[in-house]
Design a protein around this ligand. Structure first.
Ligand code: F6P
Length: 547
């Protein structure tokens, strides 16, 4: 990174955002009818419209320069070619190899990893088809009707989100997901299920995560109580990089699907972690999902910055976070099956870019990853959109909408959905002036004093930025492409922040303290060394539990 050049460009960008960027978006659209064409980009049917952000040619030129000063393209190439870019963990970052459909090798430590990738994919495909067809039945010979994936974080959010997103393609067993160590989660999930027809997938990259191992033991007891110890082999399988630990748990090799340390947990949906999705929708649809991601990878690797969707999405995100100082970003898919997409992106983005030191270990000079949150539209409109439109914080919104739903018989509902999505981005951009608010009230018959009194409450400042992503239909390819777009956007932002997006040391401290607190909660340790608040809470809870 050319640090001085980068700093100069960043400073220029910040002052541009304050003084030179368009302040009146209505006027910007009126002055330039080609604004949409100039500030949108596409990959096949996927269109990224960023024209409703407060940007102009100068903004884009500065952002492009910032990408150049931050060596984003060279860093991208280093990632794709298997260099050890996750330096704090000493690992390559190659989730892109998992969906490499080019037939070209991908080298890690001088070895082509594509053979291993294909072998696991083939084994998963065979197993998934055996479960789906009934060739691999439960211990009593009954066909598997339900699968329960036990995992957390990246071993849960990806497959859970994607399985819901691709519901129209389900023709396999019903998929359930258990993540929380709260016993309520597994109890409620297992309650309606029949052990004879249930397959449990234990999904954990490390196979040490306490939530997952605890839930796996509970599921094992549930199964053994119903069917006996001998049934475990037919009802359990595992996905992990820690094959020795899986074997110690008692799961056979032919039911264990591996992956590698160069796949980060939150980037692992493309690996064997995608097994529940594959069982639900079949190996062919899973392959289409990988194809979509691969198409985005090629686009990210090859397209020039100004036509490159992940680059643009990352640069606009960076502009909002660093130059404009917006602390959060709302993800609002007008696509109900993407209900879990914001939760998925929370881990992808916040666990990757929620960092305070640069790769060199120095304190970062700019704000880093924003708070990511969201819910599907139109539901959000009736909940938190009030704040998006009239609140005192500006929150850039990222809308997503399919041109076509999967329910042709309900075409009118889909048109209503589209109209709502586009109206929200238009309202955020246009706003409503005091004079307009007053005139509307008068047109509705309000008296002058009433119009004066109410009008300020009906003012919308407008000029609130939003991005809209449009695609044809939420197919497996479209979903793969969308996830890969966001993965690469996080990468682009991380390069400009100068941080390592691929470690997650920030989750460690809480885990360590929880381990130390368990004996205190259990009453086996007096808890010396803990603070008075923590000990007060332990005592209060102990009293309530009658301990
Ligand atoms: O605690 C955070 C984390 O390490 C995530 O990065 C990861 O996705 C999750 O826990 C689950 O880890 P594992 O797959 O090893 O159980």
């Amino acid at each position: 990174m050319t640090a001085d050049a980068r700093k100069t460009t960043l400073d220029a960008l910040k002052s541009h955002a304050k003084t030179a960027a368009p302040a009146d978006m209505r006027a910007a659209f009126e002055a330039d009818p080609s604004r949409f064409t100039r500030f949108s980009a596409r990959l096949d049917d996927l269109v990224l419209d960023y024209s409703k952000c407060r940007i102009d040619d100068a903004t884009i030129a500065l952002l492009e320069q910032l990408a150049i000063d931050s060596n984003v393209e060279a860093r991208r190439d280093a990632m794709f070619s298997g260099e050890v870019i996750n330096t704090t963990e000493g690992r390559a970052v190659l989730h892109t190899a998992l969906r490499n459909r080019s037939g070209k090798p991908v080298m890690v430590d001088g070895k082509d990893v594509m053979g291993d990738v294909q072998a696991v994919l083939k084994a998963m495909g065979g197993f998934a088809e055996d479960i789906r067809s009934g060739a691999a039945s439960g211990a009593t010979g009954k066909k598997i009707t339900d699968i329960v994936n036990i995992g957390i974080g990246g071993s849960d959010l990806g497959p859970a989100m994607a399985t819901l997103a691709l519901a129209p393609y389900h023709d396999g067993p019903k998929a359930h997901f258990v993540s929380n160590v709260d016993g309520a989660h597994i109890a409620d999930t297992l309650k309606p299920l029949d052990p004879e027809t249930t397959l449990v997938i234990i999904a954990s990259k490390t196979f040490t995560t306490i939530e997952t191992i605890t839930n796996a033991q509970t599921a094992r007891r549930w199964l053994v109580e119903a069917l006996g110890e001998a049934a475990v082999g037919d009802h359990f399988c595992a996905v992990s990089t820690a094959l020795d630990k899986v074997s110690a748990f008692g799961i056979s090799e032919n039911r264990t699907f591996g992956f590698w340390d160069w796949v980060g947990g939150r980037y692992s949906i493309w690996s064997a972690i995608g097994l529940p999705l594959m069982i639900a929708v079949g190996a062919e649809n899973f392959g289409r999902f990988l194809d979509g991601a691969h198409a985005m990878d090629r686009h990210f690797a090859e397209a020039p910055i100004r036509q490159n969707l992940p680059m643009l999405l990352g640069l606009i995100g960076l502009y909002h976070r660093v130059a404009c100082g917006y602390a959060s970003r709302a993800i609002i898919p007008y696509d109900h099956r993407l209900s879990r997409f914001a939760a998925y992106l929370q881990q992808l983005d916040m666990e990757s870019n929620g960092k305070g030191v640069t790769i060199d270990g120095t304190t970062v000079e700019t704000p880093t990853g924003p708070i990511v949150w969201g819910e599907p539209g139109t539901n959000g409109q009736h909940a938190f959109f009030q704040l998006l439109h009239q609140g005192t914080d500006i929150i850039p919104v990222e809308f997503m909408i399919a041109a076509n739903g999967h329910e042709p018989d309900l075409g009118h509902q889909h048109q209503l959905l589209i109209a709502n999505c586009l109206a929200q981005s238009e309202a955020l951009m246009r706003g409503r002036t005091l004079a307009e608010a007053r005139r509307q009230l008068k047109d509705k018959g309000a008296s002058d004093p009433d119009a004066d009194r109410i009008a300020p409450h009906r003012v919308f400042t407008g000029n609130r930025p939003s991005i809209t992503l449009v695609y044809d239909r939420l197919t497996p390819e479209a979903l793969g492409r969308l996830i890969a777009l966001y993965e690469h956007r996080v990468f682009v932002e991380a390069q400009i922040f100068g941080i390592n997006a691929f470690d997650q040391w920030g989750v460690e401290l809480g885990k360590e303290l929880a381990t130390g607190l368990l004996p205190v909660v259990e009453g086996k340790d007096a808890g010396g060394g803990h603070d008075a608040s923590t000990l007060g809470l332990v005592k209060t809870i102990g009293d309530l539990r009658g301990a």
